[in-house]
Design a protein around this ligand. Structure first.
Ligand code: KE4
Length: 425
């Protein structure tokens, strides 16, 4: 199959929308999604042989770039010893040690296979230890597709206009209380009228576009949770090891009770986790009664990919300074291209994560993100793709810089942006 369109038509007969995750369908930007044949360093190549500078990196995991030699070597070597045992392996302990050596305030982790499972488990843990049903999430934050969290969610749910999904039982959804990002008063009002098990937040939101929480806001959430005996959950599935070595936690003085991880800790293979103090985590089965399980949790081959990735991160001096400088350069380049074309744009970055909104004003919450001109976004995205730059196909996502995203690639992407912004004007 050497043609994206033919491949897409075939896939549409096999999968709903031709994809196995909705945002991949390019629904909000139009056109045929490239079918990817391989990745190498900072680039991906589609089945038609076209090369793209990859700023999606599988939605975050590939911070080292594609097919990074030490990661591939570790995967191949481990796979040759067997793919899965459903039994303890030292590789799990080795990856846990690496995570806990960086997130030093955590005592224990539990591995699962997806970010959805990690956050779903974190909610169950919070509800179990507090004996309370109600949770607080923020409009525009996305925490995977478990029922309690598909309420006013971001990412693909927002992209396709279904932030609150049909099929989520009303009796469950009513326990998901909604607040506004960076608006502490909206959280205080909920605590005043409800017994709350936990507050779950992306401390740097990446699923309404890139929207960081203010330090004052995070500090206020911590104080509210302490005052009312609720747990604070930082969902760092995306920002973990991306915003800094210690993710968003490395950029704030506040500390949550539970952190969820994913993406980077698997280096491209299915690994996610939740971590916390021992007294909280030991409430999970088999020590505690709060049940959670998974056939492929801690899978040795996936562990090996995560170990190789985090080892490289630990050993690469000034990694995040380098990635942050490149993210800054790229977003400044987008901004100058927008100004030249007379297109309103606001940009931001945190570590290796970057975002841009087609709106003139700063974006601090979901309502402000929704003011973005998604039609302009679609024109920009299409023109960038035509110029060999692969960006997330939704205004409500975040872009990523990897170790393999060279300065030259950044400059080429900026040149493409000068063309693409004119198309969006
Ligand atoms: P997964 O179940 O997709 O592994 O993780 C869910 C999740 C949880 N928390 C945060 C903060 C996340 O960003 C995600 C997943 N991110 C999306 C991209 N915004 C994954 C891409 C997709 O849905 O295809």
């Amino acid at each position: 199959m050497k043609n994206n369109l033919e491949a897409f038509k075939r896939a549409q007969k096999l999968f709903p929308g031709g994809v196995n995750s909705p945002v991949r369908a390019f629904g909000s930007v139009g056109g045929t999604p490239p079918f990817i044949d391989r990745g190498e360093g900072g680039y991906i190549y589609d089945i038609e042989g076209k090369r793209y500078a990859d700023f999606v990196q599988s939605w975050g995991p590939l911070i080292l770039g594609h097919a990074y030699p030490s990661v591939i070597d570790a995967v191949v070597k481990t796979a040759k010893r067997g793919l899965s045992f459903g039994a303890p392996s030292e590789l799990e302990s080795d990856l846990a040690d690496l995570i806990l050596s960086i997130y030093g305030f955590l005592d224990k982790v539990r591995f699962v296979s997806t970010g959805t499972e990690a956050v779903m488990t974190a909610l169950r843990l919070a509800r179990g230890v507090t004996g309370r049903d109600d949770i607080v999430k923020f409009r525009g934050c996305y925490h995977g597709h478990s029922d309690s969290l598909l309420v006013e969610a971001g990412s693909g749910a927002a992209t396709f206009g279904a932030p609150s999904s049909p099929g989520v039982v009303a009796d469950l959804a009513k326990h998901t209380l909604l607040a506004d990002y960076n608006d502490l008063a909206s959280v205080e009002r909920l605590f005043a009228n409800h017994l709350i098990a936990c507050v779950v937040i992306e401390p740097i939101a990446g699923n309404m576009g890139l929207v960081p929480a203010s330090e004052e806001f995070l500090h206020g959430l911590r104080a509210l949770c302490d005052r009312h005996g609720a747990l604070l959950i930082y969902d760092e599935v995306m920002s973990g090891f991306r915003a800094s070595k210690m993710g968003a936690c490395g950029l704030t003085k506040t500390r949550p009770d539970i952190v969820t991880f994913g993406k980077v800790i698997g280096g491209g293979l299915p690994v996610a986790a939740l971590g916390g103090k021992a007294k909280t985590m030991d409430a999970l089965s088999p020590i505690g009664k709060i049940y959670q399980a998974g056939t492929l949790s801690g899978n040795p081959v996936a562990m090996a990919a995560g170990i190789a990735t985090l080892t490289e991160i630990v050993e690469t001096h000034d990694l995040y300074d380098t990635l942050s400088k490149r993210a800054k350069r790229l977003t400044e380049g987008f901004l100058s291209a927008a100004k030249e074309a007379g297109v309103p744009l606001t940009v931001d970055h945190r570590g290796s994560m970057f975002g841009y909104f087609f709106t003139p004003d700063p974006v601090r919450n979901f309502d402000e993100a929704l003011k973005s001109d998604t039609a302009r976004f679609a024109k920009f995205h299409k023109a960038m793709l035509a110029n060999g730059v692969y960006l997330a196909p939704s205004q409500f996502e975040t872009g990523f810089i990897s170790l393999a995203t060279s300065d030259e690639m950044i400059e080429t992407a900026i040149e493409a942006a000068h063309i693409a912004m004119r198309a969006a004007a």
